[in-house]
Design a protein around this ligand. Structure first.
Ligand code: NAP
Length: 275
């Protein structure tokens, strides 16, 4: 069986490639900048689609979140993949609560109406954000400033998302299901940053930013209006308490408990140590 992993260099794609490979699956690891072991694919360049879709029997889709008309692209890609019987779409927890200006729920609709054996993953915020996007601020400034208030989030390890994705792509019984994926307990960003600091052996701080200052900061850093609107919408969900939910889906699907932030922090402590 050949599975095409779109977004293979990202926070979920990398462990999905690993989990599928461990199951003996032939993986095509696709993204815009795939490196030496991957294949080139760009949602925004349809000429790159056919070569990677040819013969792929399963698809893992990190959707075109940064490209306009993402839903139309998901629809067209699925229609252009007749060999693909199973598709796993990465969505997000709370997708159905987002305002219309953030039409991520439409990606899911395209998977549902594709005629494929679809599985939709709705993960909570990733633990790996602390080690990738947020790491420089923590390492160099010792603090993280976000408009997340003091609301709790059941951060999920992307390796657990990958284990669920691999099961859905290679085992029976996961078709036409929506899986809400979370870590084992909900933590505020202040608590989460404290856990990272304990692992790194230093004091790390969290500051709750007001949403307007956050948006101004994003614009000053060069973000476009669309990115600012989307990020504000996602943080509004957190502040409204929509990300506190803890599910047992990881354990039910994979047979192992969801990984705790403490484990991720211990394994990656050097990321938050001052250089
Ligand atoms: N981060 C979170 O906490 C979180 C939580 C829940 C859901 N999600 C969802 O996860 C998705 C990805 O977010 P992320 O933060 O995880 O991103 P990420 O780790 O940066 O991964 C994005 C991947 O997509 C690829 N990519 C980006 N633009 C592409 C394009 N035009 N064509 C083909 N590949 C492209 C990137 O590789 P190249 O740059 O090489 O193309 C990379 O492999 C989003 O839809 C988001 O809503 C994220």
């Amino acid at each position: 069986m050949t599975v095409l992993v779109i977004g293979a260099t990202g926070k979920t794609g990398r462990p999905v490639v690993k989990a599928l490979t461990a199951r003996g699956i032939n993986v095509r690891a696709a993204s815009r900048n795939p490196g030496t072991n991957g294949v080139t694919f760009d949602w925004a360049d349809r000429d790159t689609w056919a070569p990677v879709l040819d013969g792929a029997e399963g698809l893992y889709l990190v959707p075109p979140y940064a490209v306009p008309d993402g839903a139309g692209l998901v629809r067209d890609l699925l229609a252009a993949a007749p060999d693909a019987r199973r598709v796993v779409l990465l969505s997000l927890l709370g997708v159905d609560l987002l305002p219309d200006v953030i039409p991520m729920a439409a990606w899911e609709d395209e998977a549902r109406s594709s005629g494929k054996e679809w599985t939709i993953l709705r993960p909570n915020w990733f633990q790996q954000n602390f080690g990738e996007g947020f790491a420089p601020a923590l390492r160099e400034g010792g603090s993280l400033e976000l408009p997340a208030g003091d609301a709790a989030v059941a951060f999920v390890d992307t390796r657990d998302i990958a284990d669920v994705a691999a099961a859905a792509l290679t085992e029976k019984g996961h078709g036409h299901k929506v899986y809400a994926l979370t870590g084992p307990r909900a933590l505020s960003h202040r608590e989460a940053v404290h856990i990272l600091g304990e692992a790194a052996g230093r004091k790390l701080a969290y500051t709750a930013l007001d949403p307007v200052s956050f948006a101004d900061g994003m614009r000053k850093a060069g973000a476009d209006d669309r990115s600012v609107t989307w990020q504000r919408g996602l943080f509004t969900l957190i502040r409204n308490g929509e990300n506190t939910v803890v599910t047992d889906t990881v354990e039910r699907v994979t047979g192992h408990p969801a990984r705790a932030l403490e484990s991720y922090a211990q394994e990656n402590a050097s990321l938050w140590r001052a250089s």
